[in-house]
Design a protein around this ligand. Structure first.
Ligand SMILES: [Zn+2]
Length: 302
């Protein structure tokens, strides 16, 4: 297997993996989306919300605000020894929001949150949460925790995690007349005429659209397109919670740990155990204003 990082720009990393098949490429993609922890607000206690947005909608919006995550200082609540409902300083961060429109109409932004840990703050301070008319206010306390995208989409660390097969463009130099029609037709600037010769200048940009083959006046076309079956071009864009390259390395770590566990099970002969009992868990009632997805106390009736 060969891995080559093509670019890291802002929140996006592009890299090439050569020598794997689709199942491994897809396993990596799914691990990036659903198994890399990130921090998000999970419980909210609203003391005052006179804004136009109802409490539960506001809580939903706040839950999806990406927070900068510190994976080295915090642990997942289920791995923490405190076993506390609201968590401890190792497994949660408290953020408060206390905004009142005193002199004029104002918008409440994610940047208005005050965090107890200056490292754990919204990835962008400019996400609008609600709007306040004069004398309206929002006051709340929010508990952020690490979580996994497979539990709730708000914990997905990426806004994009995709792969594509790497393209192969071949030019039959003997038959190519260097007319330049394919260079014009290509929407991604893959081909170029250099010194009267057709050349592939950016193969990573190719999306295998087939335009170059279609416009070629030579019959059969002097340009052919194919895809490399064992080479994948990944594009991963972070929500801002973690650097994109960290998300990929964490995903690889998780995937390797899972494969190790699977390999151990094979060695112990535990792969052919029959599933004898399959119980579907009952849906727990959600605690009021919670934007989480976990086990909560049932709401009092009446
Ligand atoms: Zn704890």
């Amino acid at each position: 297997m060969r891995v080559e990082v093509l670019s890291i720009t802002g929140d996006t990393v592009r890299f090439l993996v050569e020598g794997i098949d689709v199942s491994l490429a897809n396993a990596l993609r799914r691990t990036i989306i659903s198994e890399v922890p990130s921090m998000t607000i999970d419980d909210i206690f609203i003391f005052d919300n006179s804004s136009v947005i109802p409490d539960e909608v506001l809580a939903q919006r706040i839950g999806f605000v990406p927070l900068k995550t510190d994976l080295d200082s915090y642990v997942l609540p289920e791995d923490c020894e405190c076993n506390s409902d609201l968590g401890c300083s190792l497994c949660r961060v408290v953020l408060t929001l206390d905004v009142e429109a005193e002199t004029d109409i104002r918008t409440v932004y994610s940047g208005d949150f005050v965090s107890e840990d200056p490292q754990i703050v919204p990835a962008s301070p400019k996400i609008p949460l609600t709007k306040l008319a004069l004398e309206q206010a929002v006051r709340l306390e929010a508990y952020a925790r690490l979580g996994l995208g497979k539990v709730h989409a708000k914990w997905q660390p990426v806004s994009e995690a995709v792969y594509q097969h790497l393209a192969e463009v071949e030019i039959d130099e003997k038959r190519c007349t260097a007319c330049g029609m394919c260079v014009e037709a290509c929407p991604r600037g893959v081909l170029s005429l250099e010194g009267g010769k057709l050349k592939v200048v950016d193969i990573y940009a190719c999306i295998l659209c087939g335009e170059c083959v279609e416009v070629c006046p030579v019959d059969p076309a002097a340009v052919t397109q194919d895809m490399k079956g064992d080479t994948f071009l990944f594009t991963v864009e972070s929500t801002g919670c973690l650097p994109p390259e960290r998300i990929v390395t964490e995903a690889c770590r998780v995937l390797v740990a899972k494969l190790d566990e699977f390999s151990d099970k094979i060695k112990r002969g535990e792969t052919d155990e029959e599933i004898v009992d399959f119980v579907v868990g009952e849906q727990e009632a959600r605690r009021l204003y919670s934007v989480g997805a976990g086990d909560f106390e049932k709401e009092e009736e009446g």
